[in-house]
Design a protein around this ligand. Structure first.
Ligand code: GAR
Length: 208
């Protein structure tokens, strides 16, 4: 069983999609070991508790320095010995130490087709505001491994979503979640749990 730790900051609809697909058997060979939030008020923590998954809050507000917060975050994750860490709407810059320790074992969902609308300052609703402002006709979502950069790691899965003339950032965000994120994030976990992919020279390839 692949032990999966999920990091969240907010509503946790992507977490819910993972929970549902583990429970329905659409994801095989994986179990949810812990959900960690940086935000005590995150509804994602309630979702975890509702499904009997340990839910932990590590808030930067409780630590004097960023370094101490990072240390506590790493310790909290380590306690549950995850084989894979999933950033499902985790709006914290991941400490380099964590990236090194869990090399090619951390994945992130981003609400655009990387390399569009990604990097510093592109998170949550802002991504969709930028896509609408630029007038793209197609956007989508990407699941990628996390490296030392922001949204620069090897791409695992992407799915395109049509942009409509009357979209608002909110309507586009919801459609990208429904049509892309809630599908490709669980699918990526399933691929990893079943050893179907490998990273080679910065690219993700199907295992031969
Ligand atoms: C999702 O749209 C996710 O792609 C985005 O935050 C949202 C979290 O929603 N993540 C980023 O923008 C990361 N750069 P959720 O809490 O309902 O899953």
């Amino acid at each position: 069983m692949l032990r999966v730790g999920v990091c969240v900051s907010g509503g946790g609809t992507n977490l819910q999609a993972i929970i549902d697909k583990v429970e329905s058997g659409a994801i095989t060979g994986a179990e949810l070991s812990v959900v960690v939030s940086n935000n005590a008020g995150a509804y994602a923590l309630t979702r975890a508790k509702n499904h009997g998954i340990p839910a932990v809050c590590i808030s930067p507000k409780d630590y004097e320095t960023r370094e101490l917060f990072h240390k506590a975050l790493i310790e909290a994750l380590d306690t549950f010995r995850p084989d894979l860490i999933v950033l499902a709407g985790f709006l914290v810059v991941i400490p380099e130490e964590l990236v090194k320790k869990y090399k090619n074992r951390i994945i992130n969902i981003h609400p655009s087709l990387i390399p569009s609308f990604c990097g510093t300052g592109n998170y949550g609703l802002k991504v969709h505001e930028h896509a609408l402002w630029r007038g793209v006709k197609v956007t989508g979502a990407t699941v990628h491994f996390v490296d030392e950069g922001t949204d620069t790691g090897p791409i695992i899965l992407q799915k395109a979503v049509e942009v409509r003339d009357d979209d608002t950032p909110e309507s586009l965000q919801l459609r990208v979640m429904e049509e892309a994120e809630w599908e490709i994030l669980p699918a990526a976990i399933n691929l990893i749990a079943n050893k179907k992919i490998q990273v080679e020279d910065g690219r993700v390839l199907r295992t031969k």
